[in-house]
Design a protein around this ligand. Sequence first.
Ligand code: C5P
Length: 234
Amino acid sequence: MGKDVIVACDFDSMEKTLAFLDRFEGQVRKPFVKIGMELYYAEGPQIVREIKARGHKIFLDLKLHDIPNQVKKAMAVLSRMDVDICNVHAAGTVRMMEAALEGLTRPDGSRPLLIAVTQLTSTDQEAMEKDLWIEKPIDEVVMHYAKNARKAGLDGVVCSPLEAGKVHEACGADFLTVTPGVRFADGNTDDQKRVMTPAEAKKTGSDYIVVGRPITAAEDPVAAYQRCCDEFIG
Ligand code: C5P
């Protein structure tokens, strides 16, 4: 898979999600769709099947983190739904990530891409030290977790576009960087703190950008999506 724009469909129902995707009917490029916890817990596997049947690729963003055996079995179930990307928390350990990969691999050897969340961007240095008792600089922790994901055989990480270059340096050019926190130069940043434009994210080497509100809340979502693709993919 090459560079792509993933649209975060952060809606709370199938009805709203499908109404949003209806706007893209007839377009040459079908958006790669991210389904998060809210939508998946509201609608279950059926939402994945519906969106897949409409011809979209799917990043199922459920961020699994449990004992290796549970994660392995849960991944086997997700794999049967034919999603394209799914993810785990790197904090679950290398062994848990290996188990996830094993569970995800189908009998014919094929599998969805598997990426890891390093440290959530909502976790800052202070919370990491005070709550988690991790006393290293946060950027070192992020890079260590990315290397663990690589060691476990995963395909990449979710990270800030600001970290994409460093991740590629440490883990290889083929190790995927999937980056949220993207905003148009003339747009609202919402609650995102450290943002980059799609064009900047392209320069830092992001492989996939995850874009939610700049597209879902736009007056013309199709035009906003197209603008993202033009800036990021070219
Ligand atoms: O609307 P917005 O573009 O901010 O949406 C970004 C999406 O990426 C949301 O679904 C959010 O949960 C997700 N995300 C993020 N930061 C992370 C990981 C995921 O914004 N570190």
